[in-house]
Design a protein around this ligand. Structure first.
Ligand code: NAD
Ligand code: MG
Length: 392
């Protein structure tokens, strides 16, 4: 299978290449992309010898070419959004790992959908922003969409084989998304006022990029995942529930009409869902060790706390509002998280900024990509104003 890895230098990208390297007869890398970590990308090009590499700027392309040619690596180097779209849609590519973070992932992931590729979807933001448009493109082009997000991959594994986007027909009562609760699960609201970026990016169970780590700490990650589940499984908001499960062993569950609940379990390591989607419908070694239930001992469950973690309800609000609301939510969240990581915004103001953006931008239909980009722009503009209001 011939692969493009978008976001190869990130947490998911590195885990993907770890799995790929275990199966040299099975996978061949056609293209790798990275935004700024040029040394990391150069090392990956040396190891996997892709035909193409894409970086963010002309200057970084020159740096990468210099590093590669010094080692006799002939990978063609490109830069910019258009090149990301090109390598996602190359005719010889069978599957695309979509692992760019944030709204920047939308256009190349969409290019892969239009080209009818197998899409291994880590970039949940593209579904949150543009779910209806994106799913229509997937269906029209006959692309195969496989979830990498551990919860959605678990739901996918717990669904009937050909569930056909029809939950009632499949006998599904509810989808239960598990959430670790993040590093502040049991912190008091008073203490949460002083949370620093360093504390927020230190997740207890998962090692991830900075943006998704903050999203996990605020529980907006789970909110984005509720919207992601809505599009992936054609599930209405009231059929998607969130349960806190601090051990991150059960990755999510499907509740059926007859009372059966099916779940997928495993060690919290993204190489499991990555290997599942890479080989689907077969199974391959991912490098992840077997789950040792007796050493885990206990599994716990709690209800999410809407007072300390209001982001989850904001995501349900955006999902129920339909149209552009989820794109506004996503854009405002990206602005708020960046401001928090820059120490310009207190942690608890992240939710306030998102709520302000949802209040400010009126709900409108989202028929096409220009409308998605307009909603993204409006969400960012409203959020910047709110950041200035709540700045420390
Ligand atoms: P990361 O920050 O570690 O990596 C992000 C990647 O995107 C890097 O390769 C970076 O070079 C690239 N990138 C960043 N900005 C870019 C831009 N403007 N243009 C082009 N490329 C750009 O992030 P990650 O943790 O690997 O997460 C990637 C995606 O996967 C996110 O959407 C995240 O929500 C999702 N995801 C991650 C995990 C996880 O465990 N890390 C789990 C589930 C879902
Ligand atoms: Mg997840």
């Amino acid at each position: 299978m011939k692969l493009t890895v978008l976001g190869a230098t990130g947490s998911i990208g590195v885990s993907t290449l770890d799995v790929v390297a275990r199966h040299p007869d099975r996978f061949q890398i056609i293209a790798l992309t990275g935004h700024r970590q040029i040394e990391v990308l150069a090392g990956q090009c040396r190891q996997f010898r892709p035909l193409h590499a894409v970086v963010g700027s002309a200057a970084d392309a020159q740096r990468l070419i210099a590093l590669l040619r010094a080692d006799g690596v002939t990978t063609e180097v490109h830069y910019g959004t258009q090149s990301l779209e090109t390598v996602a849609a190359l005719p010889e590519v069978d599957a695309v790992m979509a692992a760019i973070v944030g709204a920047a992932g939308l256009s190349p992931t969409l290019a892969a959908a239009r080209a009818g590729k197998r899409i291994l979807l880590a970039n949940k933001e593209s579904l949150v922003m543009a779910g209806a448009v994106f799913m229509a493109e997937v269906r029209e082009a006959g692309a195969v969409l496989l979830p990498i997000d551990s919860e959605h991959n678990a739901v996918f594994q717990s669904m009937p084989h050909n569930f056909g986007y029809d939950l009632p027909k499949a006998g599904v009562r509810r989808i239960l998304l598990t959430a670790s609760g993040g590093p502040f699960r049991s912190m008091s609201l008073a203490d949460m006022a002083a949370i620093t970026p360093e504390q927020a990016v230190a997740h207890p169970n998962w090692s991830m990029g900075r943006k998704i780590s903050v999203d996990s700490a605020s529980m907006m990650n789970k909110g984005l995942e509720v919207i992601e589940a809505h599009w992936l499984f054609n599930a209405p908001a009231e059929k998607i529930e969130v349960v806190i499960h601090p051990q991150s062993v059960i990755h999510s569950l499907v509740d059926y009409e007859d009372g059966s609940v099916l779940a997928q379990l495993g060690n919290p390591d993204m190489r499991t869902p990555i290997a599942h989607a890479l080989a689907w419908p077969q199974r391959i070694d991912s490098g992840v060790s077997s789950l040792d239930l007796c050493s885990i001992g206990q599994l716990g469950f709690e209800r999410p706390d809407p007072v300390r973690f209001p982001c989850l309800d904001l995501a349900y609000r955006a999902l129920r509002a339909e149209g552009n609301a989820a794109a506004v939510l996503n854009a405002a969240n990206e602005v708020a998280v960046a401001a928090f990581l820059d120490r310009r915004l207190p942690f608890l103001a992240i939710a306030k900024v998102i709520a302000a953006a949802l209040d400010e931008v009126s709900v409108a239909p989202l028929p096409d990509i220009p409308a998605v980009l307009e909603a993204d722009r409006q969400g960012r503009a409203a959020a910047e104003i709110a950041v200035a209001r709540y700045a420390r």
